[in-house]
Each structure stands twice: as structure tokens, then as C-alpha cells.
Design a protein around this ligand. Structure first.
Ligand code: SF4
Length: 476
């Protein structure tokens, strides 16, 4: 993302959402893929794709539709017309790692000696460089700059000495370090795999004769499927005509779920590893009210993820909850495109304040995070312009201090406002009357005790080694 665009958005992005469907009775899966992906659009808006095949047809015949943009822009009636098949995978992408180009769109379709592999990934592996080199020195030529291709090559290579494709996936996973939730389509099987830390979610659903693998349970709801269970961190599941097979040989109890999935990325109507995303946001708001109380007249949330946390704050503090913001839901990728867009108006296009809610009032404004502070400052200004007498900002996460290497675009050190400024300095910079963050030691309370989670962007305690290219300075 270039500097100008990141200034406009000033928010953290997820990299991807994945989906896989296999209908055991041979029914067409295209509409389930389409609507399921639609429900995952919030996880990536820069490119998307669908690939389907027929498990009873010729091996290796894969039909796909991929492109830059939203699902509604890429997957038109015309482009989907011939995509018939009873097995398929889909992907939505935000280009955190690997440039944003048509070559990097997923699912990747790979033809090799054993047939075809179609693969879609959410997350980032951190030893891509080493794994890529290992392949390049043995003659591999890469067509993309994404680590998904490196993973696919390693699976294909392991497949040559494995009895089954799922065995090859397990063997390849032993080499991967980092975050990955994968859906893989082979000519006769659908496979799902989640890294042993369980950074990003992956769940299993069922609708009639169809099995579904999805990044979030919200995608299952969207296609009227039943939730079966989460894929365990480290688990490989294989679905074929005989049902589900599971390999848990790489599962451990050492988990590092991305805590930011609960705070911001995932939809509030999703459950991740048995925890309601909505409830975790309500809890974050309640904790903020306990730890950062203030006298005020109304609590408002910055849409979308700030809303549930604001409700939690209101419930705990007894201060009335108000809907102060009207969001333009139709601002998509095209909005980020124009480089000449007036910077001052960018937030206003996305968000408008209702003076009826804030005029003459002391306002508590809840947001999920502050990255550079530019957007937060604009929103505070908008509230004051609309007549708020005081604006007290409460953030439902701790301050961002370190970059993320696991598939989200938390930027490096100096771009993070909290890295070089005290809380009071940040308060002044955003023009707030007071500022409070969720305390680090209360993060555990938002998802429940005993759930291993990653908080490296707040603490610098990375659960894995770091990529080779990260300098000593950046590691501090
Ligand atoms: S570093 Fe932060 S954003 Fe990245 S996986 Fe960990 S908690 Fe999530």
C-alpha cells in the first residue's frame, strides 16, 4: 500500500478470507461459494477468485474466475457462466504481503505430475524466503510473489513421496513457520489446514450433502449451513466422498490466536474457537468502563467494530449508548484508488456525525485501535464540530507498538503513533479531552482464560522466530 493510501485509510487490514465447498452428491457448489465469499468480503477487498472442479469428471480440469476488486465486480454472471462443479475453493484478498497485482490473486491453480492443486491461504508464513530459495536452487520458477505459491510447491513436492495429498500437506506444514489457514482442492478431495498456533480462524460447516470450510462462521450462516466445528490449530482435515478424515499429529497446546481477530477483523456475528466475537467486544467495552471511567452523557462507537465495545462501555458505566455515526457502506476499493483525493474529506466520505446525538454533550468515543492517529484526530474534530462539549476517547485494544508478521498490516515502528509518544501526547495530537486504552493484562478477559493468543503487536513477544529480513533494530 502506498503512503498516500495508507494515510487515507489509516486502519489495519486483514489479508484474506478462504472458503471451500465439496458436495458429496455431485451438486453444483458455485452459489454456495459465491454467497459464502460475499460474507467474507470484509477480510479482503482488493482481489478475489473462485475455482471449481468436478470430482466425477476428468482429473485436473479446473475452471476459475479471478480478478482485482470486490466479488460483485469480479464474479459477474458472465464470468461465472461456465463454472460448474461439485467441489471448489474461493478467496478474498487484501495485499498485505506480496504486491497487489493480478498475478497474486488466489486461488492458485497448480498443475503437477499428480494432477492439480488449487490453494487459497489466509495469513503469512515468515520463512518464505528460505523456503523459496530452497526451491529456486532446484530449478523452481515462481509466477507470483506470494507465499501461497511457496506452500503449494512444497505440498506438490512432498506429494511425490506421500501416499495421499493430505499426507503431503502435513509433511509440508512441518517446514512452514507462521500463520496459515489453508483450503486446498485436489481432483477428488477438499482439504483444510490451520497452522499449529491457530493464528487465524478456520471452521467446518455442513449444508445437506455439502461440506464447507470457511474462515468465519458468518460465511456458514450466510449460506444457511450448520456449524460443525472449528478446525483445530495444527489440524489437517480431508473431505472426500467417504466423509471427513482428520490428522491431528501437528496439534499442540501452544496456541497463539490473533487477538485482533476478536477486537477488529472478524465479523461480530462470527464465533472463533467457541468464542463469540460480539461478546468479546462487549467485554472489551465493559473492561474499559471499569479501568477508564469518565463522567459523560453519551457513549458512541466508531463503526463497525467500535459499536459493540461502545455498548459494553455503556452497559457497564450506565451512560446511555448513542449512534453518532452514519457510515457509507458503499465505499469500497475504488475509494482508495484516486491519489488526488482531498485528504481532508476522506474520513467524511466514509463517516458522518449526527449532531442530534452529540450536540451539547460530553461524549465517550470508542474505537478499536489507533494506528497513526490521523483518522482518530479527524473523527474527534468532527464530533466537536457537531457540538460535542468534550470527547473522551477509549480504545478497545492496547497501544500498537510492533509490526505484525502473521498476515495483517500493522506497520513498522515509526509509523505507529504509540511507539514514540506517551498517552498524554497522543491525547493532545488527536485533540481528545482524555484517552484510555485497554490494559494489556486484561486482554485475556475478552476471550476467556485458557485460550492461547498472540499479542505481539502490543508486546513484541512474537510466538515464532522472525523473518530473516527483519533487522535487529526492528526486532526491538
Ligand atoms: S501480531 Fe497482532 S495482528 Fe499480528 S497475529 Fe499477533 S495479535 Fe494479530
Amino acid at each position: 500500500m502506498n503512503k498516500e493510501n495508507s494515510y487515507i485509510t489509516d486502519e489495519i487490514h486483514e489479508e484474506c478470507g478462504v472458503l471451500g465447498v465439496y458436495d458429496l452428491d455431485g451438486n453444483d457448489v458455485l452459489s454456495t461459494l459465491y454467497y459464502g465469499l460475499f460474507a467474507l468480503q470484509h477480510r479482503g477487498q482488493e482481489s478475489c477468485g473462485i475455482a471449481v472442479s468436478d470430482t466425477n469428471g476428468p482429473k485436473g480440469k479446473v475452471l476459475s474466475c479471478k480478478g482485482m476488486g470486490l466479488i460483485s465486480e469480479v464474479c459477474t454472471d458472465e464470468s461465472l457462466e461456465n463454472l460448474k462443479g461439485n467441489i471448489g475453493v474461493g478467496h478474498v484478498r487484501y495485499s498485505g504481503a506480496g504486491e497487489n497485482s493480478i498475478h497474486n490473486t488466489q486461488p492458485l491453480v497448480l498443475n503437477y505430475i499428480k494432477g492439480t492443486l488449487c490453494i487459497a491461504q489466509n495469513g503469512s508464513i515468515i520463512n518464505t524466503e528460505e523456503l523459496r530459495e530452497e526451491l529456486e536452487y532446484t530449478g523452481a520458477i515462481f509466477q507470483t510473489t506470494i507465499d501461497t505459491e511457496v506452500i503449494a510447491y512444497h505440498i506438490a513436492r512432498e506429494r511425490l513421496t506421500s501416499k495421499t495429498v493430505e499426507e503431503a500437506v502435513t509433511k509440508a506444514m512441518k517446514k512452514l513457520v507462521g500463520a496459515y489457514s489453508l483450503v486446498i482442492m485436489s481432483p477428488r478431495k477438499l482439504i483444510g489446514a490451520r497452522d499449529p498456533f491457530g493464528f487465524h480462524p478456520l471452521c467446518i460447516g455442513r449444508k445437506g450433502s455439502s461440506y464447507i470450510l470457511a474462515s468465519e462462521t458468518a460465511a456458514l450462516n450466510a449460506v444457511d449451513a450448520e456449524f460443525v466445528r472449528d478446525v483445530l490449530p495444527g489440524e489437517v482435515v480431508m473431505i472426500n466422498k467417504d466423509g471427513i478424515y482428520s490428522d491431528t499429529s501437528l496439534c499442540t497446546n501452544n496456541h497463539a490466536r490473533c487477538i485482533f481477530e476478536y477486537i477488529y477483523f472478524a465479523r461480530p456475528d462470527s464465533h472463533i474457537d467457541g468464542v463469540s466475537v460480539y461478546n468479546s467486544r462487549i467485554m472489551a467495552g465493559r473492561i474499559l468502563a471499569q479501568t477508564n471511567p469518565v463522567e459523560a452523557d453519551v457513549v458512541v462507537g466508531v463503526p463497525d467494530s467500535g459499536n459493540a465495545a461502545a455498548l459494553g462501555y455503556a452497559l457497564e458505566s450506565g451512560i446511555p449508548f448513542g449512534m453518532a455515526f452514519v457510515k457509507n457502506s458503499y465505499v469500497g476499493r475504488t475509494f482508495i484508488k484516486p491519489k488526488q483525493a482531498a485528504r481532508t474529506s476522506s474520513v467524511r466520505i466514509k463517516l458522518n456525525v449526527l449532531p442530534e446525538v452529540v450536540e451539547g454533550k460530553r461524549v465517550v468515543m470508542i474505537d478499536d485501535s489507533i494506528v497513526r492517529g490521523t483518522t482518530c484526530a479527524k473523527i474527534v474534530k468532527m464530533l466537536k464540530k457537531a457540538g460535542a462539549t468534550e470527547v473522551h476517547v477509549r480504545i478497545s485494544s492496547p497501544p500498537f507498538l510492533y509490526p505484525c508478521y502473521y498476515g495483517t498490516d500493522v506497520p513498522t515502528g515509526d509509523q505507529l503513533i504509540a511507539r514514540n509518544n506517551t498517552i498524554d501526547q497522543i491525547r493532545q495530537m488527536i485533540g481528545a479531552d482524555s484517552l484510555g486504552y485497554l490494559a494489556l493484562d486484561r486482554l485475556n478477559d475478552i476471550i476467556g482464560k485458557g485460550m492461547g493468543y498472540c499479542d505481539a503487536c502490543f508486546t513484541g513477544n512474537y510466538p515464532t522466530k522472525l523473518p530473516k529480513c527483519v533487522s535487529k533494530e526492528e526486532k526491538k
